[in-house]
Design a protein around this ligand. Structure first.
Ligand code: PEP
Length: 253
């Protein structure tokens, strides 16, 4: 049985003070609630990680970085390493988000190095996978997903696939007006599970969690969660305020 996940990435939002307020709201809501059957994560900006770790201390909300470098240390100006994330209290790290690929020139070849480093450091990589609008229009979505998935998992990760979280995030649905339709999501998640089965075996396919992100809201989230191969929701805008994230967690738990 795969544990369901409710997660949010804050992107370039929430100062330390705002992080403390957000965590206080979630903590007071979470007190006394049954949340032990799901995994909850929040991905604050780097400067808020320490504060978030301290502020979520009493509740089952894990934190993670929104990116990291594949080296532990060195001449890499502006970067953050896996040991630094671990030191800040992170359990997760998001890799290959569409905005990293689009605006910062990241490739899946470097994502692969990061996946290996994250696993070696004891972090759970959340690997974003998704096709562009033009790849969707050309009927290439599943081909693109396969390329991204196999490249990301080529290294040491190939022996530890159930330790990663796959996030199907169609790039055209991120930050847009509407999520992908439930039928479309079901087809892509089904394809991803089939790729896992074909290349890594039935057990890995059965155990690996695949969450959906891309314009999820408390309104459309329920129908998405009902899809058999969807193991959770990964939310941006709709969870930037604690009230929004609480509504998402409430759908998942
Ligand atoms: C995201 O950026 O990963 C995301 C899911 O954003 P949004 O929910 O705002 O589309």
């Amino acid at each position: 049985m795969r544990r369901l996940i409710a997660g949010t990435g804050w992107k370039l939002n929430n100062t330390v003070a705002e992080t403390r307020r957000y965590a206080a709201a979630i903590s007071s809501w979470a007190t006394g609630k049954a949340l032990s059957n799901i995994d909850i994560f929040v991905l604050p900006p780097f400067t808020s990680l320490h504060a978030a770790h301290a502020a979520f201390a009493g509740v089952p909300v894990a934190i993670g970085g929104q990116n990291m470098h594949w080296q532990d240390a060195g001449a890499w100006t502006g970067e953050i390493s896996a040991p630094m994330l671990v030191e800040a209290g992170c359990r997760y790290v998001e890799l290959a988000h569409s905005e990293r690929l689009q605006f910062f020139g990241e490739t899946y070849a470097c994502v692969r190095l990061k996946v290996d480093k994250a696993l070696a450091a004891g972090l759970t990589p959340i690997i974003c996978l998704g096709e562009l609008q033009k790849e969707k229009a050309a009927g290439r979505a599943d081909t693109v997903l396969q390329e991204q998935l196999l490249t990301s998992l080529t290294g040491q990760a190939s022996a530890r696939i159930p330790d990663v979280v796959l996030a199907y995030e169609p790039r055209w649905a991120i930050g847009s007006a509407e999520a992908a339709s439930p039928e479309y999501i079901a087809a892509r998640h089904g394809a991803l599970r089939e790729i896992l089965r074909k290349y890594y075996g039935a057990e890995v396919a059965e155990e690996t969690r695949i969450i959906y992100g891309g314009s999820v809201t408390p309104k459309n989230g329920k129908a998405i969660l009902e899809i058999i191969d969807v193991d959770g929701l990964f939310v941006g805008r709709a969870a930037w305020k604690p009230e929004g994230f609480i509504r998402i967690i409430d759908l998942v738990r």
